[in-house]
Design a protein around this ligand. Sequence first.
Ligand code: ZN
Length: 435
Amino acid sequence: MLIHAEWVLPIASAPVRDGAVLVRETRVRDVGPLEELAREYPGDPVERHDGCVLLPGLINAHTHLALTVLGGLLPSVSFGEWLPLLVRAVRTLTPEALEASVALGARRCLEAGVTVVGEIAYSAASQRIAREAGLGGVFFWEVLGVKPGGLGRALATHGYPARAPDIPGDPRIRAGISPHSPYTSGPGLLRAAHARTRAEGVPYAIHVAESHAEAELFEQGSGALAGTASRFAMGLAPGSGITPVRYLDDLGVLDGALAIHCVQLKADDVDVLAAKTAGIVLCPRSNAYLREGPAPVAALEAAGTRLALGTDSLASNLDLDLLDEARVVRALAPNLTAERVIRMMTTDGAEALGMGDSFGSLAPGHQADLAIFRCAAEVADPHEALLGCAGRPSLTNVMSGGEWRVRDGRVAEPSDAGLDAIIERARETARAALA
Ligand SMILES: [Zn+2]
């Protein structure tokens, strides 16, 4: 099938006006001007999308889909005040509620044109549910608060696959490991988790320098996270006068890491992150919700870090709209072009997750993941049309792995219907716990 759009953005190559993508089964086979491709592949039907911009399925490099159910329930307060509330709310969620939450989150991703996530997973169920909904990506099994020797057991208990990074039955999904943060995973656990990811060749992610409280903990040993650190991060002796980035680098656990947030940085940190990490996930709206940040986007860009975008969870964001995240990044770093910011949620996001070989650009052989947006007005510059604030584009169609998942703006299957009652019950319980 040839899928046409007024503008096709392959990302890996120049935009094509009146372009088309040739999709055969699950993969992209060719990209170019419609006229040429129609001549070359006369047997393939053409589906036209006039007035639309087509680009690769977007990469939301940091999500917690299992927390989607908490949308709008937690207040916008500082990270140190928010974290205990989050813990209180999460404790009320049953396995059934968590699974419904992942399903709902997967739908919200598709509605935003996102087909790939860097998901913090709490069980094997999340990757199964997200995969059935049509998402690909890396599912980072989260560990915290266990002794280094307990890592294997903690992972096994939560269904971490025996032959990571591959998850049997799906080339679109990979497993990774994420010790939650330097203040909830002690130095021994951080080293053990990092060593295991290196040995298995799987991606490794960690929340880093997200808050003032985290910076204060490592600088002075005090602040809102001191109690959490003493309970969870076994073996940590905080207050050594260094930054969280420096602490992790001294431990040797930043190499190849996907570093999430990176808001509270000192000048040297930026160079360390550029030299060591696989990428940084900017989550500007989550940082603003928690009154932290913003991350020094221009400095990170100037240092040559690989930048990806994430929405984080609905416990600290308004929605899972990645284009809105991109608009905020542009506002924070006005020198970045729209094209540059779009790379963050396509090729660079895919590379940061270690999946650049299959996702993030429309190259032959890549997964057939496409997002199509209808633009309100005549499109002179397709990048600006996507990120401009006036006359925002609306999502019309999403394909993942060669299968249409959103048609005419509506998610195809499964429907929300079965989820509604579970979600509503879970929200009631969480609301009561927070009251
Ligand atoms: Zn997070």
